[in-house]
Design a protein around this ligand. Structure first.
Ligand SMILES: [Fe+2]
Ligand SMILES: [Fe+2]
Length: 135
């Protein structure tokens, strides 16, 4: 299964967000590979915890920018962030309970969520921030 690598088209043209997205995709891709390689469950759990923490930090960065600039779609975007974080925490719980996640299942570890979120929610945010002279 293909692992997503960074592409120019993922840029939202706000430096801090793009930098974090690169790191996020890197973590998601390493997780993807780790599941394919069926690494040890405890190591996998640690990777998931790290991913959840990094994602929370990244979301907080975007949320702060949205608040600072009175982003009109703030509530919708926030709801998406919360949903994705819940998914990651569910994954951590599932692995803690002995489950081994797979792709496109209840315990999905594919990178689709990150790419979809960037495309559907972070792109419009980037365009809005650019109009507010934030790059
Ligand atoms: Fe976002
Ligand atoms: Fe983002």
């Amino acid at each position: 299964m293909a692992v997503a690598t960074w592409r120019e088209e993922y840029n939202v043209d706000v430096a801090k967000i793009d930098e974090q997205h690169k790191q996020l995709l890197d973590r998601v891709s390493r997780l993807h590979k780790a599941v394919e390689d069926r690494i040890d469950k405890n190591d996998l759990k640690q990777m998931l915890i790290d991913l959840a923490e990094f994602t929370a930090t990244h979301f907080a960065t975007e949320e702060k920018l949205m608040q600072q600039h009175n982003y009109p779609a703030y509530k919708t975007h926030l709801r998406e962030h919360k949903m994705l974080l819940r998914h990651l925490h569910d994954l951590v719980t599932a692995v803690s309970n002995g489950k081994y996640p797979t792709f496109y299942s209840d315990y999905d570890v594919s990178n689709d969520w990150a790419l979809l979120h960037i495309h559907e929610h972070d792109k419009p945010l980037g365009a809005f921030l650019n109009r507010a002279k934030v790059f």
